[in-house]
Write a protein that binds this ligand. Structure first.
Ligand code: FE2
Ligand code: FE2
Length: 373
């Protein structure tokens, strides 16, 4: 059995892989023992595509992000998805689009398959899958009208969100790009300024069986918050996968990242369209403005401008281009973790959970594409 020490060194380059006999053509048989980086000798077998330590770091980080997405989407699905009972909350969501419960159910399914696939792929390469089960610590909604819901432990908190809506104005700008240092105002400024529930916290906020419109103001505010949060989450995935694709080495890993990333874009596009239908209202400090296109307002807010406005890309000297934004790689993995923290998703989570996520993000951010492959 060949000793494979050094494989878990950060930024291990191709040289160290070769030196350790891992990826070299015709490498002597190495044991399939697991290394601490999560990459086993099997993972470097050319027949298995020879994925690098950086590839493993990116995939493990993405597996964690997908587990987080799955956890939050499951909560939305239980309360507002296709199989959720009729309620004022579900009706409130349907004010954004009659098909919202179906879309919520499908987005939930998609995230579960992303997480399951990436972990299975890692395992197939002899690398360690990611589990966040030890961190399912949080109390979720205390709705008792849905059997068993109140006792479930969660990874994410959807009841004190500060939802950033600058993606709305970012995708409507024709002369600015976050990758060139530009910043963007929120479309719904009050939503980023407080802590608001995006799911009903109790039976009263759920309003079981109620299918009357207009929905009570406060419940509609919760549904509106969810509508913008859906798009916030998925625009993050849209940029994240584009950034991570630039860091992987193995062509099959690139295929995995591009193929899953594309569905994040589809999710974002759908939710972007629906958020514009949020019912204008005021609920305490929370104000949802009317973003519909048929009132005079700047293009930076106009609700039917859901296609990415062509904007500056790479350099202001080049012609504008319709693109995903941002796509810069520097600190992208940690950036998403920090955005989730700012969003309130991890309120109540343990320092151990955050430390684990930070480690995965650091390793993904340190991954670099190895040009020789
Ligand atoms: Fe996903
Ligand atoms: Fe997603």
């Amino acid at each position: 059995m060949l000793k494979v020490e050094g494989i878990n060194k950060k930024n291990a380059n191709r040289r160290s892989f070769l030196k350790n006999g891992i990826a070299a053509a015709g490498a002597v048989t190495v044991g399939a023992g697991m290394m601490s980086s999560g990459l086993s000798a099997l993972g470097a077998d050319r027949e298995h595509g020879g994925i690098t330590e950086g590839d493993v770091a990116v995939l493990r980080y993405l597996a964690a992000i997908e587990l987080i997405e799955t956890d939050l989407w499951q909560q939305y699905n239980e309360l507002g998805g296709q199989n959720a009972p009729d309620s004022a909350y579900k009706t409130g969501l349907q004010q954004l689009d009659g098909d919202m419960p179906q879309y919520i159910a499908d987005n939930t399914d998609d995230e579960m398959t992303h997480e399951t696939f990436i972990n299975a792929y890692l395992t197939s390469k002899g690398a360690k899958p990611v589990s966040l089960d030890p961190f399912r610590n949080l109390e979720g909604s205390q709705v008792t009208e849905i059997s068993g819901l109140a006792s479930k432990k969660r990874l994410t908190n959807l009841m004190q969100l500060s939802v950033d809506t600058s993606w709305w104005t970012r995708y409507r700008s024709d002369n600015q790009n976050p990758d060139l240092g530009d910043t963007f105002p929120n479309a719904v400024p009050t939503l980023a300024a407080g802590k608001f529930p995006a799911i009903p916290r109790n039976n009263a906020e759920l309003g079981i069986g109620v299918k009357i419109v207009p929905v009570a103001n406060h419940v509609q505010a919760i549904a509106n918050t969810a509508g913008f949060h859906f798009a916030f989450i998925e625009q993050g995935g849209t940029s994240l996968y584009a950034a991570m694709a630039q860091k992987v080495t193995n062509l099959e890993v690139l295929r995995v990242v591009l193929s899953i990333g594309g569905t994040e874009i589809m999710h974002f596009q759908t939710w972007h369209d629906k958020a514009g239908n949020a019912i204008p209202l005021t609920d305490g400090s929370l104000v949802f403005p009317d973003l519909t296109a048929d009132i005079p307002q700047p293009e930076s807010l106009q609700s039917n401008l859901i296609m990415p406005e062509p904007t500056v890309f790479l350099s202001k000297k080049l012609p504008v281009c319709s693109i995903i934004r941002p796509t810069a790689t520097k600190g992208a993995a940690m950036g998403v973790v920090n955005d989730f923290i700012k969003d309130g998703l991890f309120i109540g989570q343990t320092p151990d959970f955050l430390a684990f996520l930070h480690d995965l993000a650091n390793e993904a951010d340190e991954a670099e594409r190895e040009l020789e492959r």
